[in-house]
Design a protein around this ligand. Structure first.
Ligand SMILES: [Zn+2]
Length: 79
């Protein structure tokens, strides 16, 4: 039985803490767009679209780069 669990790229990439509140950042995707968002304050990077599996990986890495550089949109939920 084969059990070679290949981690999804979105789980594999490591994000720094949120540049705004130091909360936990995570990657998310919806309808072909990937972005990083903070669980705590809701700050997020811009959403980047992809079309193919190769693009998806490249886009995921790009989004992580943006997040780790602190290029986020503050959502206004910060107290
Ligand atoms: Zn945050």
């Amino acid at each position: 039985m084969e059990n070679t669990e290949k981690k999804d790229i979105l789980e594999e990439l490591e994000l720094y803490d949120c540049p705004i509140c130091h909360g936990v950042g995570m990657l998310d995707e919806s309808n072909g767009w990937i972005y990083a968002i903070c669980n705590d304050c809701g700050s997020q990077t811009g959403e980047v679209p992809y079309k193919t599996a190769e693009e998806r990986e490249a886009v995921a890495r790009k989004v992580v780069e943006l997040w780790n550089m602190g290029k986020v949109i503050v959502c206004g939920r910060v107290e």
